[in-house]
Design a protein around this ligand. Sequence first.
Ligand code: CA
Length: 519
Amino acid sequence: MKYSLLILSGLLIFSCGSHEETPIKSSPNIIFIMSDDHAEKAISTYGHSLLQTPNIDRIAQDGARFENSFVTNSICAPSRAVLLTGKYSHLNGLRDNRDQFDGSQQTFPKLLQAAGYKTGLVGKWHLKTTPTGFDYWNILIGQGDYYNPRMIEMGDSTLLEGYTTDLITDIALDFLKEQSKDTAFCLLLHHKAPHRNWMPPPRYFNLFKDKEIPLPDNFYDNYSGRRAAKEQDMRIDDMFLSLDMKLHPGSYKIPSGSGGGPPGFTDKLAWENAYGRMTGDQKATWDAHYNLINAEYRTSNLSGKALSEWKYRRYMEDYLGSVAAIDDNIGRVLDYLESAGYTENTIIVYTSDQGFYLGEHGWYDKRFMYEESLSMPLLMKYPGVIPPGTINKEIVLNLDFAPTLLDYAGINIPSDMQGRSLKGLLNGSSATDWRTSMYYEYFEYPHGWHNVKQHYGIRTTQYKLIHFYNDIDVWELYDLTKDIKEMNNLYNHPDYAGIKEDLHRELVTLRGTYKVQNP
Ligand code: CA
């Protein structure tokens, strides 16, 4: 009964939004929270048990969880450019992390601002050029740091002291507290965590002590039939021993891994920057915990699979501890919004710029069109409009964020945006004419990190077709209903000849639709 009333209330808000008797203004406030590299597997509402994320889960309980939400280019800066523009990387101009964003182009914050919204941006930006379209911005430099970050507030640089996930939330709450109830606002709250190098706050150092962290069953993948997967440089086995494993330089007997880094990048210098920026007290707290791990490593003389699995566990403890800090900080934001009365007319989105490997195929990082990094968590609440507990299984994309938020704000969606509004999927009725396939592209090769070949492809509800190109010419085809872990490339399997033909035809269609010129 309560549910029906909520829906009715939502419809009334939209149909009577301009009437004076409507208790709230028609344009909803928007809080768009995006973390960095947060895999669905590390969110409990997605049905996984690696850790509990009760606060992130609140958004899904009060609204919608998307189960087939995908990124169109699985790497940090390009994903952010797609979010802002609603256009694929090949059109918005930011194809890989080396490019810089053309801030003179159309973005959804600019359109919201022009319609009277107060717009804010806090946290990771990573697009190299100065943010445009924001009344207030306070951003990390580049990837940012986990402790004592230097931030740029409207052009002025400040060195802050503390844990970055907490500090970003403090700044976001300050922005929210300054907003007037008479003007709609849109805040982009972008966390640095849980991006590499996964440094948790002391309160979560021991969160996983004595707890099992299961090893993915394809951790020891041999990449048979998948040349691009075999030739990458993003295996947990090859992680840096200092930056990633938190062993002090000089304390280990075996060489540090390649870390997937470009020429000139050194583990020692990277760690000295991350650790060296801590205060004396922070270092003492850090060392009190991590020196025990350093000692364990030195005395255990691990090798082979035992060493691989020790590295996996070290990685996961730090990654999940960093996620736990995001979750409690999202609780702070949700609690504030509720206490300040921002309930009925406020959209809250939680997502990540892409997914991440948590040991599947033996990997960390992202980039590949395979499921773990193609998937991006997406939770959205809008009380009175999105029914609580909604679970949506349609194929939705980060390309859709800009059109969706503009649509909810009552602003016309520009015809050159390539995504679609999700509003029609979330109003309680079933979707008609929704997409049944998505297009993907990845460009950062041979320069940059991790040696992942350039590729493009399509994913349908059941199949995936990928073309790796540049210095190779390899196709892969997966039947996701039988092989969701994508271990068995069926491209040359005779039983799939007809399906392959259909997928190639669909690929050509999508490339035409999205104006892909090359490759
Ligand atoms: Ca990222």
